[in-house]
Design a protein around this ligand. Structure first.
Ligand SMILES: [Mn+2]
Length: 366
C-alpha cells in the first residue's frame, strides 16, 4: 500500500502574495505528515514564473526538507509556468532532496512498488510513441506525472492564452499501462477514466486569479493504492480561501444597499478573493464610482483581495425614452410613504429592475 498526496498549480509568487502561497504550502506539508504519505507529487506550476522559481526555490526546498526527512519523497515536474521568461535550462537545477524532473522527455523510477513516469511540461508530446518506457512489473502500480491538457477530460479552450500547455493523448495512458494520471494545469478539479487509468486534475490548491475556474473549495488529492485498486479522496485546503463573485444592484442615486453589503461580508473569509459587479441604472455614474471604491476598501479589510467593477448605465440615457418616463411616473404613484423597511426596498428594486429592462430594450433598438 502506498499513499500519495497529489497537487499541482500552486503558483508560488514572490511579493505580496508570498505569505499566502506559503500558508497553502505549509498546510499541504502538514497534511502529508498527518497522512504519513510516502509521496508528495507536485505536478507542475509550483511557481508562477521562472523568476519566482529562481527567487524562491531555496526557501521552498527548505520548507520541504523536513518532510523528506520524515520519509516522504517529494516529486516535482515543471509546468508551463516555470518556463515563463526562463533564461536558463530548468534541467540544470538541483532542488535536492526534492526529486525535480525537468529533463525531457521523461524520467522513470520505482519506489515502494510504485513506478513513476515523470514528464516535464513540453509544448507537445508528439514523439511519445517512441519513448522507451520499461514494461510494468507485475504487481506494481504505475503513476504518470504530467502537466498537460487532455481533450477528453477538459473540453474547453486553454484559457491561458499567453501560456498554453501541451496536449497529451488518451492513448498515452493505455500504451504505458498507467494506473493513475497525476495531472496538472487545469485549475478546477477533474477526474476521468483514460485508457485504463484514472486521470485526475486536483485543481489548484489556492486561488490564483479572479476567474470562475478558481471557484469552490480548493483541495489536494490523497491517493491510496491497495494492490491494483485506487482510492482517491479530495482534502480541502482551508488556508486557500475561495474565489467568490457577486452581482450587486446599485440604487438610482449610486449608493449600494447596506444590508446586501453586510450579507456579503458575513459570507467572506479573510483568505477569500472576492469580485463584485455593480449593475443598475443610476442618476450619476460618478456617485456609483465613489461608492464602488469605498465598497472595495471595505471588502479589502475582510478578504485577501477585493475587486469591484462598475457595470452601470446613467439614467440620462433613458430621459428621451417615453416608456421610461411613463414607467417612472407610474412608480412614483405607488411609492411607499416611508423610505425604510422591506416594502420600500421592494419598491426600489422593482423600479431599478424596470429601468434596467427598459435600458436593455433601448440598447437593442439602437
Ligand atoms: Mn499550467
Amino acid at each position: 500500500m502506498a499513499k500519495i498526496i497529489h497537487t499541482a498549480d500552486l503558483h508560488i509568487k514572490d511579493g505580496e502574495e508570498k505569505p499566502y502561497c506559503y500558508a497553502v504550502l505549509d498546510e499541504i506539508i502538514a497534511l502529508a505528515r498527518a497522512e504519513k504519505a510516502g509521496f508528495l507529487v507536485l505536478a507542475g506550476d509550483l511557481f508562477d514564473s521562472y523568476s519566482d522559481f529562481e527567487a524562491l526555490r531555496r526557501e521552498v526546498q527548505a520548507k520541504l526538507f523536513p518532510l523528506h526527512e520524515t520519509g516522504c519523497r517529494v516529486i516535482y515536474i515543471p509546468g508551463n509556468h516555470e518556463a515563463r521568461g526562463a533564461s536558463a535550462d530548468l534541467s540544470a537545477f538541483s532542488l535536492d532532496p526534492i526529486q525535480f524532473y525537468a529533463r525531457p522527455p521523461f524520467v522513470f523510477f520505482e519506489a515502494e512498488g510504485v513506478e513513476f513516469v515523470c514528464v516535464p511540461h513540453a509544448a507537445d508530446y508528439d514523439g511519445y510513441r517512441g519513448w522507451k518506457v520499461p514494461p510494468k512489473k507485475p504487481g506494481a502500480v504505475r503513476v504518470a506525472v504530467l502537466h498537460a491538457l487532455n481533450s477528453t477530460i477538459y473540453t474547453g479552450p486553454d484559457e491561458e492564452a499567453d501560456a498554453r500547455a501541451g496536449v497529451i493523448e488518451d492513448d498515452f495512458f493505455s500504451r504505458f499501462s498507467i494506473d493513475y494520471g497525476a495531472l496538472g494545469h487545469v485549475h478546477s478539479g477533474r477526474r476521468q477514466e483514460l485508457g485504463g487509468a484514472l486521470a485526475c486534475y486536483p485543481g489548484s490548491p489556492r486561488v490564483w486569479r479572479a476567474h470562475a475556474r478558481e471557484a469552490g473549495p480548493r483541495s489536494v488529492l490523497v491517493v491510496t493504492t491497495n494492490g491494483p485498486a485506487l482510492d482517491v479522496r479530495p482534502v480541502e485546503i482551508k488556508s486557500a480561501g475561495q474565489y467568490k463573485e457577486y452581482t450587486l444592484p446599485v440604487e438610482l442615486d449610486g449608493s449600494i444597499p447596506l444590508p446586501a453589503v453586510q450579507k456579503l461580508e458575513a459570507a467572506l473569509s479573510a483568505r477569500d478573493l472576492v469580485a463584485i459587479r455593480l449593475t443598475g441604472v443610476v442618476e450619476d455614474e460618478n456617485a456609483a464610482a465613489a461608492a464602488a471604491e469605498s465598497l472595495r476598501e471595505r471588502l479589502q479589510k475582510r478578504s485577501r483581495q477585493a475587486a469591484v467593477k462598475l457595470e452601470t448605465s446613467p439614467a440620462s440615457m433613458l430621459s428621451g425614452n417615453s416608456l421610461a418616463r411613463a414607467f417612472l411616473a407610474e412608480m412614483d404613484a405607488v411609492k411607499p410613504e416611508t423610505s425604510e423597511g422591506p416594502e420600500y426596498r421592494r419598491w426600489l428594486l422593482a423600479r431599478q429592475y424596470g429601468l434596467e429592462e427598459i435600458a436593455g430594450r433601448a440598447a437593442e433598438a439602437l
